[in-house]
Design a binder for this molecule. Sequence first.
Ligand SMILES: Nc1ncnc2c1ncn2[C@@H]1O[C@H](COP(=O)(O)OP(=O)(O)OP(=O)(O)O)[C@@H](O)[C@H]1O
Ligand SMILES: [Mg+2]
Length: 639
Amino acid sequence: MSIKLPIKLYKRLKFRAKFSIIITFLVILTVASVVAVVSVFQRRAILEEVRKKAFGLTSVLAHSSVQAVLTDDYLFLQELIDSITDKADVVYAMILDQTGRVIVHSDSQDRGKRYTDDRTANAVKSPRPLLQSFRSLPSASLSTDQNNHRGQRMWDLSVPVLMMPGLKKVATARIGFSLESAYAEVARTRNRILLIGFTAAFLGIAFAWFLARAVTQPLQLLVAASRRIGAGELTHRVHVDGQDEIGELASAFNRMSAELQKRREELDRKIRELARLTNYNESILQSMNSGVITVNPEGRIVAFNESAERITGLPAHSARGCLFKAYLAPYTPLNTAIEEALSSGRIRTDNETKLLRDESGEHFLRFSTRLLNHTNGSGSGGVLLLFTDITRLKHVEEEIRRAEKMAALGATAASIAHEIKTPLTSVRTFTELLPRKFASPEFRTRFVNTVLPQVDRLSVFVDDLLDFGRIHKPRLRPTEVNAVVDEAFILLHEAFREHDVHVHQNLASLPSIPADSEQLGQVVLNILRNAVEATPRGGTIEVSTRIAASELEESEVIQLIISDTGCGIPQSNLNHLFEPFFSTKPKGSGLGLAISYNIVRDHGGTIRVESQEGEGTTFTILLPVEQTDRPLSLVSDAC
Ligand SMILES: Nc1ncnc2c1ncn2[C@@H]1O[C@H](COP(=O)(O)OP(=O)(O)OP(=O)(O)O)[C@@H](O)[C@H]1O
Ligand SMILES: [Mg+2]
């Protein structure tokens, strides 16, 4: 088994167990070290004491025996030996001569024997005190008493017996000292130390567990709190006393929970607000009369309101998420408008289209497209299609147009009736009187002077009416506008003279233009005739022509300007000038300007009027130099 498994198991342990294991291990290591060191020192101390004691006894034996050895006083020596042997732990005592022969011995049987063992030899030879430790074995060289102590740890201590201190060695005092009681003391001491060590280790481990518990309990509280907060219980708080790091951690944790709770509440509030806003927008969208369809940049429908469903007949509930191309396939113009906006950013404004729906027939739609902003504010967030069913509006417009036509027809009929009725009344009155007053020459003169002009007036009116109704499309031929003006001047020469108006021409050199010279001449005559009629005696009429650039396209137009210093036209009448039968003159038909307007329009030109009451009036006719369908307007003078 490799070391990996215990490491793996260790990693799986909780912090508290890890902490306890480490502290326990450290406590055991410390206690074991202390016990080991103390035991060693204690053992040394005990043995040193025993050594001193044993050497003390041996030295006493050596010193006390000098005189007796020299005088061979065996009796004294034996008493001395016996007194030493009586001491505790002394196994044997002897005095040897220089050859290793026993002079006296605690075991009297060994007296006179010569020991030949190595220890004896070492003891005899040594000039200094000598300690030899050994474990006693049963031996023939040992006395019975000695053999009783076999197997014991022992010291053999020898001290030279000197004649005088520092002089010749005469014998060797030797003691066998048993260490059993010393080692028993060592064992006892070690056991006591071990007991103390075990107690200390137990207390240490208990303290370690307590400490682990004390340290990990707040952490466990924090872990439990984190789990509860993780499960959404944001109001939960941890209660840890103390100002230490754990206390600070708990406070930080509580602050974090409070902040989380605050953020959560804020988020909830924003979500509620968003939901409210979404509902609000949705209800606006749904209550709108216009159809609204929004499409995301991928071309999928995002919104499709009820009005869109009502107008298109396509279900709103299945629209969301569909590709607009497929969903709106039957409605090509709408499809194309979205496609254009999505692909090229081209939007439509107030376009109209016709929609054919099987069950409800023809529908008219007005639609626009808009580009939507992305949520980050940039463009290309998709396209909004807004459309309204204007079918009813179209019908109403049609009805109004019809009603207007009828009203205009009614007004026309009334005007015509009025124009015809007045001369007819005069003719009738005179015709009624004719049988009775025919004989009166005076009556006949009045008859002729009244009835004939009225009939002429009727005839002119009918001609004008026929002209107005009969205006045919202009027959365009190259026409000199200046020549048309000259012709009109010739025709009106008499009228100018009669009304005593000054006339001026200011004609520029012009290119010939495609025009119907007869119709154009009629326009110039009508406007000049009006000018003559509006201008008091001594007034001025001016006709000018010039060439100018068109406002709308890069082409040229001819400007024909007829201005007078006449009475001018009130602002309120300006808008009605070109309407048929609008006239302020007692005998005017009100068709001159209406006919002129139609002719100029048929030439692709336009006619404008500017007037100041009491100062005069200016009519400006714009005619295209080249044939065109579009109406013209002026930009600047070109000559
Ligand atoms: N140069 C002008 N100065 C002032 N008023 C003018 C001028 N030209 C036209 N008007 C006003 O415009 C009205 C309409 O003119 P229009 O030529 O169509 O009809 P009319 O002159 O009244 O009758 P007629 O059909 O006989 O020409 C005139 O009745 C007149 O009030
Ligand atoms: Mg007129």
